[in-house]
Design a protein around this ligand. Structure first.
Ligand SMILES: [Zn+2]
Length: 157
């Protein structure tokens, strides 16, 4: 498997993760065009090439009260020119940032509330399916999901 991956990366001239991301973005752009969704959410002009395309969060997730939920919420996703997205980000005043510990505690608190909802589970399933190819990520995910699975079982009892 290791050898196969090396061969792949050698022939593609980049990591297979990067190649995979480029391919997926290309497929996504093709589908965006077919669905006539290739209009920039920020400026209203057409997005002509895949290089211009950015996935845009309409409501800024970074430093928000619900970063994970806003990040993965497909209803919060729009498409825009990369440059329009960057411009908007520069104009948005940053909220005061929290310390790492405060941020962790806020996340924990929030995750306790949302983890049990079906909407969240469905979204995470979709996301995890898309990350399946990344072995490092899978390893980490398996460890944490096992922990929360047994924890949930405890709570049901
Ligand atoms: Zn634009």
């Amino acid at each position: 498997m290791e050898k196969y991956n090396l061969k792949k990366e050698e022939q593609l001239g980049m990591s297979s993760g990067k190649a995979n991301a480029i391919l997926k973005k290309g497929i996504m752009f093709m589908l965006i065009q077919k669905c006539n969704m290739d209009t920039c959410y920020r400026c209203g002009e057409k997005i002509e090439t895949v290089d211009e395309l950015s996935i845009d969060h309409m409501e800024n997730w970074l430093d928000s009260d619900f970063p994970q939920e806003l990040y993965f919420d497909l209803d919060n996703i729009s498409f825009s020119h990369y440059s329009c997205n960057i411009d908007a980000r520069r104009r948005t005043p940053r909220k005061p940032t929290y310390t790492k510990e405060e941020m962790k505690e806020r996340n924990r608190e929030r995750m306790r509330k949302v983890r049990s909802t079906d909407k969240y589970k469905e979204k995470m399933n979709l996301y995890m399916r898309s990350r399946k190819e990344d072995p490092e990520f899978r390893k980490k995910y398996n460890e944490t999901s096992k922990r929360s699975y047994y924890k949930n079982k405890e709570e049901i009892k």
